[in-house]
Design a binder for this molecule. Structure first.
Ligand SMILES: *Cc1c(COP(=O)(O)O)cnc(C)c1O
Length: 470
């Protein structure tokens, strides 16, 4: 086609240039110029242009598969992706419009109640949530309301509730205490008591204690808190004082590892004092972000006055949630995985992660620069610190920054009270970190350590920031 002959041809050429469809990618208006970023643009853009702009900017985020900081799923198979696209429009709260999604939600938490050894799964109750944070809020609220009912019935004050937990709890528990006016009684961790283990518990528990949180897979290190031992300590407290204090297990990650890889560990409803358990469907539940679960041992453990009704097939469906609208697709993805993997498949996937975690921790332990904090045999997560006296020239923040230049996100951060002077670095092994990738990571880690060890002067310390840990 000749566009250059005569003046009419020129006009045609200009028009064509504006009909963006013919413009090569990246030189269309919006891509070759700039759209406003903090005010809404005046006009429309082609969907292709808008897509390209957002797609390209998201490309600058880290590579999710190399992000060894997060616990949250970064890989699902093609059938899951297909299901996700098909179900992206489902709103979880519309139980009336999507009764099958609602039924599948009930099946999923029933499966979890059974996996967690509910003594009577037909009498358990649970719900999906947007993540463990919401699930923990619901678990905490049920403890608080139960305590309030008991105190009021006994004619006692409900002014000063407290919740007892380790200083290494995930931030959602501090939020819970802040948002719902509960005193957070934090039991400090130490070199001798690396997790909440029941020691000295009587000094923290009193008549205003709404419950104790036990963490199955401490976020900072991946270590399990010994739920049975904590329950035994509470039995002793009850024998001495008459106080019957219940446990909520925060199994955000461990509640989807232990049933498959440590089946004999008693941490769940087999322990009588455990009244509720949460997990993140989007952590070792293996679903993409946006899914948590909470299950109560029996209906009695969840006070009825916390439950609301939504319309469901002309009837009423009980709900207990902080959100109203919420994506329903993740619930279907969880059910897909339960069917796809079954007990055997989950065991293989989780054991594969544990194997890679222990391979990595074993190799890191061989480097003279480091000392392991734990070895990744509870959940596939482990942390290490710099060996005392190894070097004055660099620290774990420097190593973290060097690993980042190759795309690896391996955060360094201070431990919580009373160990805030200890800095650790942590790796979370998720489905998708193959032995091959782990070997590549080790090669980079070794060469970065060699580089830092060869420095003849200290690295600058400004600009360091504790890595974000989830
Ligand atoms: C990740 C985590 C949470 C928060 O879970 P989200 O699903 O990210 O909301 C709570 N507790 C523990 C122990 C965790 O590891």
């Amino acid at each position: 086609m000749s566009l250059t002959k005569g003046s009419g041809g020129h006009r045609e050429k200009a028009n064509l240039r504006d009909t963006v469809a013919l413009n090569p990618l990246f030189v269309r208006p919006g891509e070759s110029s700039e759209l406003p970023k903090f005010t809404i643009p005046d006009g429309e853009s082609l969907s292709q242009t808008a897509y390209q702009i957002v797609h390209d900017e998201a490309m600058l985020d880290g590579n999710a598969r190399l992000n060894l900081a997060t616990f949250v799923g970064t890989w699902m198979d093609e059938h899951a992706s297909r299901l996700y696209t098909e179900a992206a429009d489902k709103n979880m709260i519309d139980k009336d419009e999507y009764p099958q999604t609602a039924a599948i939600e009930t099946r999923c938490w029933s499966i979890l109640a059974d996996l967690w050894h509910s003594p009577d799964p037909a009498n358990a109750i649970g719900t999906s949530t947007i993540g463990s944070s919401e699930a923990c809020m619901l678990g905490g609220l049920a403890l608080k309301r139960t305590w309030q009912h008991a105190r009021r019935a006994a004619g006692k004050s409900t002014d000063r509730p407290n919740l007892v937990m380790s200083s290494a709890v995930q931030v959602c528990w501090e939020k819970f205490c802040n948002y719902w006016d509960v005193e957070a009684r934090l039991v400090p961790i130490s070199e001798d008591h690396k997790v909440l283990d029941g020691h000295d518990l009587a000094a923290y528990v009193d008549e205003n204690t709404i419950g104790v949180v036990a963490i199955l897979g401490v976020t900072y290190t991946g270590m399990y808190e010994p739920v049975k031992q904590i329950a035994d300590a509470l039995d002793e407290i009850e024998a001495a004082t008459g106080l019957d204090v219940k446990i909520h297990v925060d199994g955000a990650s461990g509640a989807m590892i232990a049933p498959f890889c440590q089946p004999d560990l008693e941490w769940d409803f087999r322990v009588d004092r455990v009244v509720s358990i949460n997990t993140s469907g989007h952590k070792y539940g293996l679903v993409y972000p946006g899914l948590g679960w909470v299950v109560w041992r029996t209906r009695d453990a969840l006070p009825a006055d916390l439950i609301f009704s939504v319309s469901y097939l002309g009837g009423d469906m009980p709900t207990f949630a902080l959100n109203f609208s919420r994506p329903g697709a993740q619930v279907l993805l969880q059910y897909y995985l339960f069917l796809r993997l079954g007990r055997d498949g989950y065991t293989k996937v989780q054991q594969g992660c544990l194997d890679v975690a222990q391979f990595l921790s074993g190799e890191i332990a061989k480097l003279p620069a480091f000392e392991l904090w734990n070895d990744g045999s509870d959940i596939p997560v482990f942390a290490w610190r710099l060996r005392a006296g190894h070097t004055g020239n660099w620290n774990l923040y420097h190593l973290s920054e060097r690993l980042r230049t190759r795309g690896w996100l391996v955060p360094a951060y201070p431990m919580p009270d009373d160990l805030a002077d200890v800095t650790v670095q942590r790796i979370v092994v998720r489905n998708g970190l193959s032995l091959d990738l782990a070997t590549a990571l080790l090669a980079d880690l070794r060469s970065d350590v060699a580089y830092l060890d060869a420095l003849s002067a200290p690295m600058p310390t400004e600009g360091q920031h504790p890595g974000f840990h989830h």
